[in-house]
Every structure is written in structure tokens, then in C-alpha cells.
Design a protein around this ligand. Structure first.
Ligand SMILES: [Zn+2]
Length: 305
């Protein structure tokens, strides 16, 4: 199954999916961020038209990647899912320094995992909204001790719940370090998403990471140049990695603290501009379906444990 903010759905129901976007982000820091900093109704009012535009462009499912302490709000996401009919998936897990609360530095990996597993079991922040994957992040190599602890906690949570882990990674070297750490804890590469993989310009290194069997997320569509994403994508496809690649914008979002949420970037570039470009480059409908429908449905499937 896939766990959405409105409950479980069959992976076949996911359809065209954006695997990495944001409804709302607050970079104020863990000590400051929280629902007291925004008006939920205003966020919903501001973001609903953007989600509707995405739906009009064919989007059926939307993975929200804002982690806890960066304005992950299950109430806002649930309301938007109810209003638009778009499947929305949220997450458990924690981001990276300097967006971590003090307690994260003191807690063990087991204790962090217990908190995240409790969100899976009981719901997030006294709602019935459950996470659909584990969102983590690392800074550039070498992985700091706290980041290794977070990846370890993610591994423990994945094993206990069946949820996939996604890590803001950006480069191939930390990707390999993460894969090694996950392997040590018994998590298969197919349960890990290499987020922001398009930022790795060394295609040899990108292929080396892909050879592990992990998910390669090229999620800067519309932000990075079409040429740079196309170059990575076409080379990965040529090398036979079609069944591991996902495409998204990393767009949005209502910026907490800015008047009216600031400048929101739309979720439509992939549908309206990039996919037609892929067709121009000769990509078949079957390949486009794999990248945008089949792969996200497989990547976010929660295996029974
Ligand atoms: Zn993001």
C-alpha cells in the first residue's frame, strides 16, 4: 500500500506522481518554527489553486517532502487532499543541521526511531495522519555524527514499518556512504531514494550509485536547466536505469514568514514543458509512464513487515 494523508491507497491508484514537492516550508529553525507562525486557512487558500493547476495538468499524487520542524503540517495537507482529490503523502524523520532541535543531539538512534515509529503507529501530532515515507537529509561529506545517527534511525524505522527512506543527498559520495550505512543495518538499496541526484554532475559516479539499485530522483525540473537534467536522464536511461528514476520539481511553496507566503513556484513544468521535450528526444510513452507513474508507485510502496 501507499500511505496518504487520508489513509492507505493501492499503489495502482497513485497515477501520475510528483515524488518531491513542498506545500509549505519554514527555515526559521526548530526552536522557532511551528503552527503559531502561520495561518492554516491562508496556507490552504494560497496553495489550493497551485495543487488544482497540477491536477489539471494530469497530476494525481503529490509527495510532500517538508520534514518536521520545517513546517510539515498534517492538518494543512489533509485539508488540501480533501479539497482537491489529489493523493498527498507526508513523512516522518528529521532534516539536518542547523534545522534540528536540541534534543536530537542528545537522543540515541533507537530513541529517534521510536519517535518516528510512533508517528507511523499513532499518527502525526495528535492527528490520524500517518507518514508515507521517511525524510532525512545530510550535509556534504564526511557525514557528521548526528547525520549518521539520523540515517541509522531511518534504517531502524524502515525495518520496523516498511517505509522507504528518502535523503536530501545531492552528491554521489555521500550517497555511497549512506548506502553503506543502510546496508550495515539491513536496509536494501531499493528502499532508499537519492534525493537531488541531478546535482551530481559526475555521470560516472551517478551510474555507480544507480548500480546499487537505489532510486535516483532528478527533482530539479524547471529549476535546473532542461539541458543539465536531460543530459543526466538520457545517459542514465541509456545505461539501463529506467526502472529506478523519478522526476519532480522540488517546487512550491508557501514560505512561512513572507507576506502571503511569498513567490510560489508552480507544479506544472514537468507536465507542460519537460515531458513534451522528452517526447521530442524520442522517449516512448512507456518510458514516460515508467518514470512518472510506475516508479513512484513502487518507490513509495510500504511493504508489510
Ligand atoms: Zn525539497
Amino acid at each position: 500500500m501507499i500511505m496518504t494523508v487520508l489513509g492507505p491507497v493501492d499503489p495502482d491508484q497513485l497515477g501520475f506522481t510528483l515524488p518531491h514537492e513542498h506545500i509549505m516550508v519554514d527555515f526559521a529553525g526548530a526552536a522557532t518554527a511551528g503552527p503559531h507562525r502561520y495561518d492554516r486557512d491562508e496556507v490552504v487558500r494560497t496553495m489550493e489553486p497551485h495543487l488544482r493547476s497540477a491536477a489539471d495538468a494530469g497530476v494525481r499524487s503529490f509527495v510532500d517532502c517538508s520534514p518536521m520542524y520545517l513546517a510539515r503540517d498534517p492538518v494543512v495537507l489533509r485539508e488540501l487532499a480533501r479539497r482537491t482529490g489529489v493523493h498527498i503523502v507526508t513523512n516522518t524523520g528529521q532534516y539536518k543541521e542547523p534545522y534540528l532541535p536540541e534534543e536530537t543531539f542528545a537522543l540515541s538512534a533507537d530513541a529517534l526511531a521510536d519517535q518516528w515509529i510512533a508517528e507511523w503507529t499513532d499518527g502525526i501530532e495528535s492527528t490520524d495522519v500517518r507518514p508515507g515515507f521517511i525524510k532525512t537529509a545530510v550535509n556534504p561529506v564526511p557525514l557528521a555524527e548526528t547525520q549518521q545517527k539520523i540515517i541509522t534511525a531511518a534504517a531502524l524505522t524502515s525495518i520496523a514499518t516498511g517505509m522507504t527512506i528518502g535523503t536530501h543527498t545531492c552528491r554521489g559520495v555521500p550517497a555511497l556512504q549512506i548506502l553503506k550505512l543502510l546496508d550495515h543495518h539491513g536496509v536494501a538499496p531499493g528502499k532508499w531514494i537519492f534525493i537531488h541526484a541531478h546535482q551530481e554532475s559526475d555521470i560516472g559516479l551517478l551510474k555507480l550509485v544507480a548500480r546499487s539499485g537505489c532510486w535516483i530522483e532528478l527533482d530539479g525540473i524547471g529549476a535546473a536547466t532542461d539541458e543539465s537534467i536531460l543530459s543526466s536522464l538520457l545517459q542514465l536511461l541509456d545505461a539501463g536505469f529506467e526502472s529506478q528514476i523519478m522526476l519532480s520539481h522540488d517546487a512550491g511553496w508557501y514560505s512561512v514568514g513572507e507576506p502571503g507566503g511569498g513567490d510560489v513556484k508552480p507544479y506544472t513544468y514537468l507536465s507542460t514543458r519537460f515531458i513534451p521535450l522528452l517526447r521530442d528526444f524520442g522517449l516512448s510513452q512507456a518510458s514516460i509512464h515508467a518514470l512518472t507513474v510506475t516508479n513512484p508507485a513502487r518507490a513509495f510502496t510500504i511493504d508489510p513487515v
